[in-house]
Design a protein around this ligand. Structure first.
Ligand code: ZN
Length: 618
């Protein structure tokens, strides 16, 4: 998802700036330990759309494999469309939070019965036998007839009726840009069960976590509608609309059945409209990119949709090179008409923004989520900083070259947002559930910006080359899985040979802040003694630069003792003795006179997120 609430937060901050609270949360960092397993599901769905009533009927068959070591006596499904009803948790939360998402506000409370969203389950069978199920808001609670043993498969057959809500947020019908159907989180979706148990999160605001598997989806819809979405179209020559490889032969009748298959995914999303233009562009040695946008837009917007296509190719190539090869054969950029949101093999995004807004503001970010969210599928509700922060990190890195920003520190803006949050008194630990921040703005900055600083600053801690190797190894080891925070930091530890649990813990589970200070530069004969102080609670190793009046500079490095090692450094850097965290001050001496020293600066590149830069230089 794209950041949208920064402005709202800044307004609140200007009214209520206080001192930073250093709150320590008692939470686990999430560890999958050694015996990793994950559940598996095969979806088969047949959907019949009524484009006049915006209702659809579905038949769904799931073959669910219990790869866990546990006996399961219940399962849960998400019924996300039920959130778009007056009185739902999403509605009530939006009307009670201090800084509601303007796109939601009180809009849900005003929906009429023919405008709400719903998914009504009329029948559910386990292995051919009807089973007990209860719809509780956006979650279907299912009590099994027969528990599923470890290693066993169960077959669930469901009939359901659903209504597409008037567009409120992410999905829905007839949105502001006139897209007929944006169909995200639209089907009964099995909740994930993993080493931390069930994740039957209600749909309140954000976000998603799904079961890895395969989708076989048939969508029957009025034949004039054009569909883009997750999965490979199996019958392109019966459909046409730019998918065909040869002459198109459509069946008689008012409707067409689109047959998609999506292997090795954890979600399935689509959009449909009467007016889509469908363009394609090949990524060299990569997937085919598909673009779906409304032909009814003004000429300027249509031109933007042409101009973004080669940039999407460049972004795909950048991420392939810096993270790992995109493994699917297809990726689609689809005008969905509401913000930007990442989905399997596609994104749904606003279509009428500026060219720069579309590339820098949306596509660079949403495409990055194909790696950090879709392939490396962290639980977004529990570890929102891992998908939003990591996607933001690689997005800013990519844009620095692809959009010619050419900044020495591409993450300057990201750090500045984190500082604003850290100094606001509104910060909560990143280990807070994505729905349960006090205000939306605190979520946004913690997830996107503090999450991106986590990676950028890790480069400072372990060295840039080690960070690059960490990202690639993380992809190699964790694509098509559900890593937890500990899994990431273990990769960084193995790559760097350094102990890093302190970094994960202080940065993500607390609001401890970093503040190091130059206390004194004192002459002692021909030598000079430099004393520093650790003011903040969070430990860090220190890069230090001394500039002399003759114009020369020297680099020093003070290792943090609890890292049990040093980052690789260049020969010209002087590595000093360790600084152990509990000692508030640290002194060292150099063979230069006090009079020759112009300035001493902690972290001159400003890669360490020190909340008080004023005392970093003397
Ligand atoms: Zn995002």
């Amino acid at each position: 998802m794209k950041k949208i609430l920064i402005l709202a937060l800044s307004i609140i901050f200007s009214l209520s700036c206080g001192n930073a609270n250093e709150i320590v949360a008692q939470t686990d960092s999430g560890s999958t330990n050694s015996n990793y397993w994950q559940q598996h599901v095969d979806y088969t769905m047949e959907i019949d759309m009524n484009v006049k009533s915006y209702q659809y009927q579905g038949k769904q068959t799931l073959v669910y494999t219990n790869n866990s070591p546990d006996v399961l006596d219940k399962v849960f499904y998400h019924l996300y469309f039920n959130a778009f009803q007056p009185g739902s948790e999403m509605d009530v939360r939006s009307r009670n939070i201090a800084d509601p998402d303007r796109r939601i506000g009180n809009r849900i409370s005003n929906l009429q019965p023919n405008e709400i969203g719903y998914i009504k389950v009329s029948s559910l069978k386990q292995n051919g036998v009807e089973i007990k199920h209860e719809t509780v808001g956006t979650v279907l609670e299912v009590t099994l007839n027969k528990p599923i043993q470890p290693g066993e498969k169960a077959r669930f057959e469901m009939d359901f009726d659903a209504q597409v809500p008037k567009q409120i947020r992410r999905s829905g019908r007839n949105n502001a840009e006139g897209v007929a159907f944006s169909m995200a989180q639209w089907y009964p979706k099995l909740a994930e069960y993993d080493f931390q148990g069930w994740h039957a999160d209600p749909y309140i605001g954000r976000e998603f976590h799904g079961v890895w598997g395969n989708f076989d989806v048939k969508i029957t819809i009025d034949k004039n509608f054009i569909i883009g979405g997750t999965g490979y179209l199996q019958n392109p020559n019966e459909i046409g609309y730019g998918y065909e490889s040869t002459e198109v032969k459509r069946a008689e009748g008012k409707k067409l059945t689109w047959h998609f298959k999506a292997p090795d995914v954890h979600d399935f999303t689509w959009a449909a409209d009467l007016d889509y233009i469908h363009d394609k562009m090949q990524v060299p040695d990569g997937p085919m990119l598909h673009f779906f946008y409304k032909k009814t837009m003004p000429t300027e917007n249509l031109q933007n949709w042409k101009d973004i296509q080669p940039k999407t190719v460049e972004l795909m190539q950048f991420y392939n090179e810096h993270i790992g090869e995109y493994p699917y054969k297809q990726y689609s950029v689809i005008q969905g008409g509401d913000g930007g949101m990442e989905y399997g093999m596609c994104t749904l995004m606003l279509g009428m923004g500026t060219y720069d807004g579309m590339v820098s503001g949306i596509i660079a970010h949403e495409l990055a989520h194909s790696w950090f969210q879709f392939l490396i599928a962290t639980n977004e509700a529990k570890h929102e900083w891992m998908d939003e922060g990591f996607a933001s990190y690689i997005e800013y890195l990519a844009l620095n070259t692809i959009m010619n920003r050419n900044k020495e520190n591409p993450f300057e803006y990201i750090y500045s947002n984190y500082y604003r949050l850290a100094l606001s008194g509104r910060e909560q630990p990143q280990s807070t559930h994505a729905d349960r921040y006090d205000i939306n703005g605190a979520y946004s900055i913690a997830a996107y910006y503090k999450g991106a600083v986590f990676l950028s600053q890790l480069g400072y801690v372990i060295g840039e080359e080690n960070l690059k190797r960490t990202l690639k190894r993380y992809f190699d080891e964790w694509a098509f899985k559900h890593p937890a925070p500990n899994d990431f930091i273990r990769v960084a530890e193995k790559v760097s040979g350094l102990e890093l649990d302190w970094y994960l813990m202080d940065w993500t589970q607390t609001t401890n802040t970093i503040d190091y200070k130059i206390n004194a530069i004192q002459a002692s004969g021909d030598k000079t003694s430099i004393t520093m102080e650790r003011v903040g609670l969070m430990p860090m190793p220190i890069d230090l630069e001394i500039e002399y009046f003759d114009g020369t500079k020297e680099q020093y490095y003070i290792p943090l003792q609890m890292m049990r090692g040093e980052k690789p450094s260049v020969d010209t850097t002087t590595v000093l003795s360790d600084w152990a965290w509990a000692y508030p001050t640290y002194s060292f001496s150099i063979n230069k006179t006090r009079a020759s020293i112009k300035t001493v600066t902690i972290d001159p590149k400003e890669l360490m997120a020190d909340i008080n830069k004023a005392n970093n230089k003397m």
